[in-house]
Design a protein around this ligand. Structure first.
Ligand code: GLV
Length: 323
């Protein structure tokens, strides 16, 4: 099996593919996969690709890679992969669900706290030498504990956030999801509502939905206007779920209080208005970036590839291939 790994991955996972008899692995240098021509060329002879969310895996690439049997995405989200084009060609697609729920939920809470309590702004203030004395009005923010958190998408990651918020911070949990979660309603007192109710009632809104045609642009100017002026929006899912220009306008005008963003509409670009706003906390898509979680993600992607190579069932398929 010729395996293309589109960028360096944690070393123990790479060592596993290198140790597998019959697997010949090529690992592209950092940045190389971002050059489309380099990626297409490298992919053209591959039987399997370990891909990242930054690489578009589409018909163009599949048609130039006649031997391709699997795209193992090292991410839980797979909006970078054209699922229909893969399915039409019998190519397996796998993702990495489950292993990053805790790290992503930790970071969602970190963003929620950082935005509510103005941590980056306060740190910039101190580093600029502006902290001269304690003050009763200095850098006051929003209360977190006991407030209401609205979760958009109560799947694995949304659930992990709900647990942290309820059990650690005594927050009331509202959720909006196609699927009811009576287990979490029972255990955490979570309440399912429609989107309008949630946006109007929540002090914090945290997004945990996949990016699909029906979720793209979900949080637009009208939806932002439904939120409280004291509310904080947190997005650790995918940038295009939020209209970034409308968000920047709402943050600037005081339409909402603050936002904590790990993802952006056109990564790595960030809307030019956001970095100048103190009430925007901005991170470079690092929600799953703990050392153990990134290794677990790489290991799960490798598990899928090695299973295909050994004629076993890949553990986390999104599309079951026929090749
Ligand atoms: C990261 O964004 C992922 O989808 O795993």
């Amino acid at each position: 099996m010729k395996l293309l790994v589109t960028r360096p991955i944690p070393e123990p996972a790479e060592a596993r593919v290198r140790a597998e008899p019959g697997v010949e692995a090529t690992v592209l240098e950092e940045d190389a996969a971002l050059d489309r021509a380099v990626l297409l060329h490298a992919a053209s002879g591959a039987d399997a690709i370990l891909a990242l969310l930054t690489e578009r895996m589409n018909a163009e690439l599949f048609d130039r890679s006649p031997n391709l049997r699997m795209v193992a995405n090292m991410a839980v989200g797979f909006d970078n992969v054209d699922i229909d084009a893969a399915a039409a060609r019998g190519i397996w697609v796998t993702n990495t669900p489950g292993v990053l729920d805790g790290a992503t939920a930790d970071l969602a809470m970190a963003l929620l706290l950082a935005a509510a309590r103005r941590l980056p702004e306060a740190e910039r203030f101190l580093r600029a030498g502006r902290y001269r004395r304690w003050g009763p009005l200095l850098l006051c923010g929003q209360e977190v504990h006991g407030r209401t958190l609205g979760i958009l998408g109560l799947g694995r990651i949304g659930e992990a956030v709900a647990r942290r918020a309820r059990l650690g911070f005594s927050m009331e949990i509202l959720y909006w999801d196609d699927r009811g979660r009576p287990d979490l309603e029972q255990e955490l007192g979570a309440r399912r509502t429609d989107l309008d109710t949630l946006l109007g009632a929540a002090d914090f809104v945290s997004i945990h939905l996949p990016l699909t045609e029906s979720t793209a642009g979900l949080i637009d100017a009208d939806r932002l206007a439904q939120m409280k002026s004291t509310a904080v929006l947190v997005n650790t899912a995918r940038g295009p779920l939020v209209d970034e220009a409308a968000l920047a306008a709402a943050l600037r005008s005081g339409g909402i209080w603050a936002a904590g963003l790990d993802v952006f509409e056109r990564e790595p670009e960030v809307h030019p208005d956001l970095p100048g706003l103190d009430n925007a906390v901005l991170l470079p898509h690092i929600a799953s970036a703990s050392i153990p979680t990134r290794l677990a993600m790489a290991d799960l992607a490798v598990d899928n590839i090695l299973a295909l190579h050994r004629g076993e069932a890949p553990p986390t398929p999104v599309v079951r291939g026929t090749r």
